[in-house]
Design a protein around this ligand. Structure first.
Ligand SMILES: [Zn+2]
Ligand SMILES: [Zn+2]
Length: 302
């Protein structure tokens, strides 16, 4: 029990990880359960425009950080940026309670290397529910497999963030509670409160963001269209691309994962790509890797 709780805060790689059981580790998933109960209880705190706006804003900013940085930058190195930018957006992404940048990228690299085989951490071939949430609630997936992310493990600040990733969402939640109380005291006309900011602004926003991200692993590996004949079960799903700022073009992505772009064709809206292009114009990121012409030709013929 204590060892499980200790791992809420210490995710360093441990050598026994490879041999750990696939069984669910209940004490370790309590924060996940509490987060969902709190999100469901949000209406009890009442509503306010301020709290809903903060929830929407935090969804958007953190979804961008997850898709553009955890996914396209840390997992696939699809563009370049400064050490400060990578730390800032890794921290923003960590506040989404999807673990640290090293853990996320290590799992995702393994997914691409073994997509929809027995070694894929979250293939729906073991069941849709297991591919959605079951896989990361097992003991074998807690530790960060540093071997897969040696490039990023060279940065001590990223290792520190990965080790204490759980503190980031906790600090954001506490800060939001304080913000709500402060707003209530200063601007009572907003009719908001610390509880509203905590439950809507943090819990609801985080839960929706989490399940939208997880659907790329589960739903997009079973339902949708397949533009490319990849050797896996990846699909394109327009509505999921809207929810996840471009990640729903998952079959495109499995055909050519090195690109910073996932909506390859006109009409395939990829919001993260649009923001990354803006960032490039502002000099915040550089060398956005495009989709090669032969990949576009291959997709056009289908
Ligand atoms: Zn995939
Ligand atoms: Zn990927």
């Amino acid at each position: 029990m204590l060892a499980s709780i200790r791992r809420w805060f210490v995710n360093d790689s441990h050598p026994e990880a490879e041999g750990e059981s696939a069984a669910t580790d209940w004490p370790r998933i309590m924060p996940f359960v509490v987060l969902h109960v709190a999100a469901l209880a949000a209406p009890l705190s009442g509503f306010s425009i301020a709290a809903l706006l903060v929830a929407a804003l935090l969804y958007a900013v953190r979804m961008f950080a997850i898709t553009a940085f955890y996914h396209r930058y840390f997992s696939h190195r699809a563009f370049r940026t400064s050490r400060w930018m990578q730390l800032i957006f890794a921290t923003v992404a960590a506040s989404a309670a999807q673990r640290g940048p090293l853990w996320w990228a290590a799992v995702h690299r393994r997914h691409h290397a073994h997509a929809d085989t027995l070694d894929d951490p979250h293939t729906p071939r073991h069941g849709l529910l297991r591919s959605h949430v079951g896989w990361f609630l097992t003991r074998e997936h807690y530790a960060t497999r540093v071997d897969a992310v040696k490039d990023w493990a060279a940065f001590p600040e990223l290792r520190l963030l990965d080790r204490f990733d759980a503190l980031v969402p906790v600090l954001l939640a506490a800060g939001l509670f304080g913000l709500g109380e402060w707003l209530d005291a200063l601007f009572p006309a907003l009719h908001t409160s610390g509880w509203q900011m905590l439950l809507w602004g943090f819990c609801v926003s985080t839960v929706v963001l989490l399940h939208a991200t997880l659907m790329v692993n589960s739903v997009a590996h079973r339902f949708g269209d397949r533009r490319y004949a990849t050797g896996d079960e990846s699909h394109n799903l327009r509505w999921l691309a809207w929810l996840t700022f471009g990640e729903g073009w998952h079959n495109n992505h499995h055909r050519y994962a090195a690109s910073a772009r996932q909506g390859f064709f006109p009409g395939e809206t990829d919001l993260s790509w649009q923001v990354l292009r803006l960032f490039a114009r502002l000099g915040l990121v550089r060398d956005l890797r495009p989709v090669p012409a032969h990949i576009l030709e291959e997709g056009q013929s289908r």
